[in-house]
Ligand binder design. Structure first.
Ligand code: ADP
Ligand code: MG
Length: 243
């Protein structure tokens, strides 16, 4: 289990994360839902050192790592365990789909080019893009680009796959292809922490749902608890506002 403990973050005088603690059990999918501006992205970014937290730790089972650290070794050790999928894909635009996936395998994992390409083709196949390996991002749809980004992340075999609203930049007709890929990974036992506003997906694909607002976890539980029997008025209000 991956344990995130007491993460706080302030931007100026705004407290964006208020002592947030969250566990992600192995092979489970935890989804975070909540209004815009509530600190969801900041939480995901803080655990990958993309924002420096003011307090907090992450523990992959081998001891807590201080999220306020600026030690390159601590940062590299955590980043090697996390695969991050961003809202806007963040592919290298001057690299083919294949090279987007091989780069990390060669530079972060020390694989030979040949081995990296073998793994990359396997992962592109897994996301339904076996025939698109030589394409550049500009000739792929948003949904295809996001699937390349997912292949790139899982190729490194992270202990935790983090996805920050992976479908919110997509045209509506591209959403289901990406969600299907994520659901398949979930069914195959990938440990995931995902922010999403796709409520149907959160209900059907998650093991655990966290409702987040104003830098706090308001309520968390199984999908049926959160969606059918929320105990907090705020959760019920939020859910009814988006349906
Ligand atoms: P969410 O992902 O839930 O929409 P964010 O984590 O992106 O929320 O943002 C939470 C709050 O922190 C927002 O008010 C946002 O404006 C603010 N914020 C996020 N990043 C920064 C930053 N780099 N500098 C200043 N404020 C920021
Ligand atoms: Mg966000």
């Amino acid at each position: 289990m991956i344990r995130i403990t007491s993460v706080s973050k302030r931007f100026g005088d705004q407290l964006v994360l208020n002592n947030v603690s969250l566990d992600v059990p192995d092979s489970k999918v935890v989804t975070v839902i909540g209004p815009s501006g509530s600190g969801k992205s900041t939480l995901l970014r803080a655990i990958d050192f993309l924002e420096q937290a003011d307090s907090g730790t992450i523990d992959f089972g081998d001891g807590p790592v201080d999220l306020t650290s600026s030690k390159p070794r601590a940062i590299a050790s955590v980043r090697s365990k996390i695969g991050f999928v961003f809202q806007n894909y963040n592919l290298f635009l001057n690299k083919s789909a294949l090279d987007n996936v091989t780069l990390g395998l060669i530079h972060a994992k020390g694989k030979s080019r040949k081995e990296a390409e073998r793994i990359a083709r396997e992962q592109l196949d897994r996301v339904g893009l076996a025939d698109f390996a030589d394409r550049y991002p500009s000739s792929l749809s948003g949904g295809q680009q996001q699937r390349v980004a997912i292949a790139r992340a899982i190729a490194l075999e992270p202990e935790l796959l983090v996805l920050d609203e992976p479908t919110s930049a997509l045209d509506p007709e591209m959403v289901s292809g990406v969600l299907n890929v994520i659901k398949t990974l979930a069914d195959q036992g990938t440990t995931m922490l995902m922010v999403t506003h796709e409520m149907r997906f959160a209900r059907n694909a998650s093991d655990h749902v966290v409702f987040f607002e104003g830098g706090n976890i308001v309520e968390q539980g199984s999908p049926s608890q959160i969606f059918n029997h929320p105990t907090q008025e705020r959760t019920a209000q939020f859910l009814s506002s988006i349906h």
